[in-house]
Design a protein. Structure first.
Length: 276
C-alpha cells in the first residue's frame, strides 16, 4: 500500500516548480490532489509567473500517476477565493483533507510594490492557506500534516538592501512563527505543522534572466564598495537543488513515518545554513 493511499492533499502554487513536484510526488504516493495557482502575473515580479497551461500540465502529470486532481486558479491573497477552491476540491474528492502544502510564493526584488506584494503572497497567503484548511481537517477528524514552504532565507539574515528582497526574508522568517503557533494550536487534533527551508532550487523563480543578472549585479556592487559578495554556495558540491529533493522531504513530513514530528524547521539545503 502506498504511504498516502486514500488521502487528499491541498497544494498552493501547484502549476510549476516546487508545487508541481509536490503534487506529482504526493499523487505517486497515493494522494488525491487539490491544486491551486494564481496563473497570472503580479506587476512587481520581474520574471514570468505560471500560466493556465502550466497548471494544465500539472493536472496531466498527476493523472499519469493514476491519481485524481481538482485544479483551479485562485489567489492566496484572496481568502474567500482560496476557501472556495479548497472546499470545491474537498467535496469532489470525498469530503476529507489530510495534507496541506502552503507552497505559493514570489521573489520580487525592487519596485514600489515589491515589499507589500511579497508579504501579501508569501506570508499572508500562507496564513490564509492554513486558516481555510484547518477547519475541514479538524472536521474530518483524521489528523494530518501541514507543511509550509519557507527558505534558508527564513533561517539566516540573507537579503540584499532592496525592499522586495528584505520583504522576502521577513516573510520567510514569519512563516516559522506561523508554523510554531499552529503546531501548538493543532496538536490536540493530531495535526502536525512543520516548515521546509530549501536553498536555491532549480525552478523558474531562480532560473531566469532577471535573477541571474540581479545576482551578478549584487556581486559587482559589493566588490565596488570593497566588500565581499554574499556567499551563496552550498556546503555540499551542488549549485542548486532539484524540485524532487524538496518534494521528497515534503512527502516524508506528510507521511505516517513522520507522525511524531511537529514544530520543526527542516532545512533541505545541501548544508547552506550550517555554513553560516
Amino acid at each position: 500500500m502506498r504511504p498516502l493511499e486514500g488521502k487528499v492533499a491541498f497544494i498552493t502554487g501547484a502549476a510549476r516548480g516546487q508545487g508541481r513536484a509536490h503534487a506529482v510526488r504526493l499523487a505517486s504516493d497515493g494522494a488525491d490532489i487539490i491544486a491551486v495557482d494564481l496563473c497570472d502575473q503580479i506587476a512587481s515580479v520581474p520574471y514570468p509567473l505560471a500560466t493556465p497551461d502550466d497548471l494544465a500540465a500539472t493536472v496531466k502529470l498527476v493523472e499519469e500517476t493514476g491519481g485524481r486532481i481538482v485544479a483551479s486558479q485562485a489567489d492566496v491573497r484572496d481568502r474567500a477565493a482560496l476557501k472556495t477552491a479548497l472546499m470545491d476540491g474537498v467535496e469532489r474528492l470525498g469530503g476529507r483533507l489530510d495534507v496541506v502544502v502552503a507552497n505559493a510564493g514570489i521573489a520580487p526584488m525592487a519596485g514600489e510594490d515589491a515589499w507589500q506584494d511579497v508579504i501579501d503572497v508569501n506570508l499572508t497567503g500562507v496564513f490564509h492557506t492554513v486558516d481555510v484548511a484547518m477547519r475541514p481537517m479538524i472536521k474530518a477528524g483524521n489528523g494530518g500534516s501541514i507543511v509550509l514552504t519557507s527558505s534558508v532565507a527564513g533561517l539566516v539574515g540573507l537579503a540584499s538592501p532592496m525592499a522586495g528582497s528584505i520583504g522576502y526574508a521577513a516573510a520567510k522568517h514569519g512563516i516559522v512563527g506561523i508554523m510554531r503557533v499552529y503546531a501548538n494550536i493543532l496538536a490536540t487534533h493530531s495535526i502536525r505543522v512543520n516548515s521546509v527551508h530549501p536553498a536555491g532550487v532549480n525552478t523558474p523563480m531562480i532560473d531566469n534572466e532577471f535573477t541571474r543578472s540581479w545576482l551578478e549585479g549584487l556581486a559587482q556592487e559589493t566588490r565596488g564598495r570593497g566588500e565581499m559578495a554574499p556567499n551563496m554556495t552550498n556546503a555540499l558540491p551542488v549549485q542548486a537543488l532539484e524540485v524532487e529533493d524538496i518534494a521528497a522531504a515534503v512527502a516524508f513530513l506528510a507521511s505516517d513515518e513522520a507522525r511524531y514530528i511537529t514544530g520543526v524547521t527542516l532545512p533541505v539545503d545541501a548544508g547552506f545554513v550550517n555554513k553560516r
